[in-house]
Design a protein around this ligand. Structure first.
Ligand code: SF4
Length: 221
């Protein structure tokens, strides 16, 4: 098939449409449900690391139903936090890290996590993906958060060529218009889960097929 040039504006229009039937990416769903503070977003992202969205979302809601500010979370013992997030991967370690973050935010930052990358990255368990998501969603900063879906899909498009999510983030910063830096994660998480799946992507019915280079795709539906 002759491919059309890859047009990111057109791709984003098609992506918005394509993911409408599917559940939103966890952090965006939490934001839309009112859990959009930097602290809530950072904690929810940490819960989602190596854990399915469906599981981490329920755990985040369970924790926030009991405590959703740094001061209230800091009042909880790690074991009490752990009991609220038992199905999350590395829950015991994450419970201790969440409490540590909460205590620091309460005692050092007046109970308000600042929109500051250095502060966020100084916390245990927080890497560039979670810092960028929190800064993008909760703070309105233009940040690209690259998880496995963003990495896989943008490389299959041929839009970037990078071996790791970190390298994809750098590559996207060079080519992706800033107005899409937060939205790219919002769209590509559900798109990567349901359309451009890791195994046998659904290329034959994909709305981007005409412009996607399908890099590395050898078997598809
Ligand atoms: S055409 Fe295939 S590889 Fe390209 S975005 Fe669609 S599902 Fe993914």
């Amino acid at each position: 098939m002759d491919k059309q040039p890859f047009e990111i504006d057109e791709a984003m229009v098609r992506l918005r449409d394509a993911v409408r039937p599917f559940p939103k990416a966890a952090m965006f769903e939490l934001r839309d449900d009112g859990f959009g503070s930097p602290f809530e977003q950072l904690v929810a992202c940490m819960l989602s690391v190596r854990t399915r969205d469906e599981t981490s979302l329920v755990a985040a809601r369970r924790l926030f139903a009991v405590a959703r500010t740094a001061a209230t979370v800091a009042e909880l013992e790690p074991a009490a936090i752990d009991a609220l997030i038992p199905d999350v991967t590395f829950h015991e370690r994450k419970a201790a890290q969440i409490r540590e973050i909460a205590v620091t935010v309460r005692d050092t930052h007046g109970n308000d996590l600042p929109c500051d990358e250095d502060v966020m990255r100084s916390f245990p368990g927080i890497g560039p993906k979670c810092a960028n998501l929190a800064l993008g969603i909760a703070c309105g900063q233009q940040r690209i958060s690259v998880d496995i879906h963003v990495h896989r899909v943008t490389n299959r498009w041929g839009y970037v060529r990078a071996k790791t999510p970190e390298a994809t983030m750098d590559a996207l910063e060079a080519v992706l218009p800033e107005r899409y830096w937060v939205e790219i994660n919002e769209r590509l998480v559900p798109f990567g889960k349901h359309v451009c799946t890791g195994d046998r992507p659904r290329c034959s019915t994909c709305p981007l097929l005409a412009m996607c280079r399908q890099v590395g795709v050898t078997n598809h539906r």
